[in-house]
Each structure stands twice: as C-alpha cells, then as structure tokens.
Write a protein that binds this ligand. Structure first.
Ligand SMILES: [Zn+2]
Ligand SMILES: [Zn+2]
Ligand SMILES: [Zn+2]
Ligand SMILES: [Zn+2]
Length: 109
C-alpha cells in the first residue's frame, strides 16, 4: 500500500487513492464519482457523461423513480447495484443501461 491515502466520500476512512471500491465500507468509486463506462470523473448535477455520452439519470430498480446514478438511490436509499447474470462475467455494476457494461449481456432489471 502506498502512503497516498485519501478519505472515502462515504465513510470518511483513509483508503488508497487508486481504490475502485472502498475496502472499509465496500461502496464503489469512493474517491471520485466516475462514469461506469469510460471512468471519467463526473459531477453530481450532470445529466450525461461528457466523454461517452452515457445518461447519468437512471430508474431505481427498487422504487422506480428517476435518480442520479450513484451507490444509492436519492429517493429511497436502496443500493443501486446489479450483478451481470452471465456466469463468466458476474460484474457488479450500476443499472445505467439494460446491458452489462462488460460483456453486453442483457441485465434482468
Ligand atoms: Zn468507505
Ligand atoms: Zn463516460
Ligand atoms: Zn429508489
Ligand atoms: Zn457481464
């Protein structure tokens, strides 16, 4: 581990700067909000990713309301995470599209 530790934006614990998942609380993108497709850093009030055009407003699989994609729904607080049904992939991702960001298989949202 390097000495460049920064606080997780969810739990506030110091974690390695390059973390994709917080080792303490398990939330994804703990340092910056990143596009799940191109990994560009995003701002919370944006509607689309400026690099790849991905829509950043998604429908919560739990409450059905529109929310900014992040670890949890703005409206009901449910975790916005789906696992790819492809047994060879099983990538955990935000439900930003109806297809897996990695293998392209349809997600059962
Ligand atoms: Zn954390
Ligand atoms: Zn993007
Ligand atoms: Zn919700
Ligand atoms: Zn997949």
């Amino acid at each position: 581990m390097s000495g460049y530790n920064v606080p997780c934006r969810f739990c506030g614990k110091l974690i390695p700067k390059e973390s994709n998942v917080c080792p303490v609380c398990g939330k994804s993108d703990p340092i910056f909000l990143r596009c799940p497709k191109c990994r560009d850093i995003l701002k919370k009030d944006w509607f689309n990713c400026p690099s790849c055009g991905l829509s950043l407003r998604i429908k919560c699989p739990k409450c059905g309301q529109e929310t900014f994609f992040d670890n949890v729904c703005e409206k009901c607080g449910a975790e916005l995470k789906v696992v790819c049904p492809n047994p060879k992939c099983r990538t955990e991702q935000l439900p930003v599209s109806d297809k897996c960001i990695k293998c392209g298989k349809p997600l059962n949202i």
